[in-house]
Design a protein around this ligand. Sequence first.
Ligand SMILES: Nc1ncnc2c1ncn2[C@@H]1O[C@H](COP(=O)(O)OP(=O)(O)OP(=O)(O)O)[C@@H](O)[C@H]1O
Ligand SMILES: [Mg+2]
Length: 476
Amino acid sequence: MTEATKHLLLVEDEAPLREAIGEQLADRGYLVVQADSGEAALACLSEFAFDVIVTDLRLPGIDGSAVVDAAVERYPEIVAVVVTGYGTVKDAVEAIKRGAWDFVNKPFQIDELLHVLDSALEQRRLKSENAYLRAQLDARHRFEGLIGKSRPMARLFQLLETVAPTSSTILISGETGTGKEVVARAIHHNSPRRMHRFVALNCSAIPETLLEAELFGHVRGAFTGAVGNRQGRLEQAHKGTLFLDEVGTMSGALQMKLLRVLQEREFERIGDSHTTKVDVRVISATNSDLGRLVADGQFREDLFYRLNVIPVQLPPLRDRKEDIPLLVQHFLEKYQAAAQDTGAGRSGTAAKPAPITVSQEAMRRLMSYRWPGNVRQLENAIERGVAFSSGRAQIDIADLPSELVQIEAPAMTSSVSLPEDGIDLDALVTSIERELIQRSLERTSGNKGQAARLLNLKRTTLVEKLKRFEKLPSSP
Ligand SMILES: Nc1ncnc2c1ncn2[C@@H]1O[C@H](COP(=O)(O)OP(=O)(O)OP(=O)(O)O)[C@@H](O)[C@H]1O
Ligand SMILES: [Mg+2]
């Protein structure tokens, strides 16, 4: 498959018609994925950056115009063509207003559709200065600078809205770059404590001996070099929020002292006989599994429970790739604005350059990469892409970091390859089963009955399988 091969999503509920068109498009070199309903189309769009979508306008359930809306909102670069029945020109015009490129009337000859597609793709290529609707970063998909519309993020925003106004102690866990600090700040800014300080202390960045003094402060002469009285971070955060980052790296002695603060809300500065009272909300963060550190005896269990009153888990980016187009759009705007501030735009008279976009080929790479550094790494990739694209209106594969260029071009097909030295079939089948069950539960907000229906299983079978998975070691 070459990079120029176009990925096309075909949405049509009449099976014979869909299959006939699908076959003819495939003969002309398109890589076609077929969807038999609006719902199925939305599911495909959330997983994959298609170049083209051809959709019937009349569909039972979610109709074609909603599918077009979803496609162009998410992927400003997609070419959407609608198929209208019985010459309802009004509907077609409406679809085009909403961002569809063109339409064909039913019944049509395949050549007619091919012609529309060819010319749309050609114009699209020539017109990369973005005649398309911009992906809209609307308020529903944000929480204080946090962006995401995937189910895990929507759930996170809900949780944050509930807990932010309280003073509950919160433990945020998640891999590096998933936004733990952004979440901590967002909680503070949505709490009644926002008028007071948000004080951050990274427990792994400071040597053990200094960490205690940083946290509690000291009085004059408490230790060599303690020249004056000094407030610690705890006191600085009085009435505000103390953010303890990488809390899992704290020594046993310090864990003990922190526990007392959480229980009694009081402490002594180092070298002080007088006790200081504080009113702080503690939010801590960790990228290691603190529960496991407790099991291994490296972290105090009592402290763990005190810190983990409300657990907030940040999902890795690879588990919510439907957020990637939205984040990409956000970072494009951010870095293009930054480039204009420092560049020619400063005079205020220069015309604003057209917004930069990302080609669908590049978007596919961005969506299939594993992102070990999560959102931070994605942000860096886009910043770099904006810099490399100098003058061009579109970021392409060549502008992406080499780790993304090297991965195999992703395709939305379910082919499985058999490596030279074979595979462990049972393990592979189990992992596929597990992933599909996981996804169906996510899509149905954990409703096992609905999830079982999606998989065409009995509910009891699904429950049995879940039990069996619990006994297996968790997959990486
Ligand atoms: N949901 C999000 N929406 C927008 N930007 C995000 C989001 N999550 C993270 N970021 C951005 O990613 C970067 C990393 O976020 P942050 O520093 O909070 O990560 P972290 O989880 O604390 O990572 P580490 O464990 O390495 O300290 C920041 O620049 C932040 O703005
Ligand atoms: Mg951090």
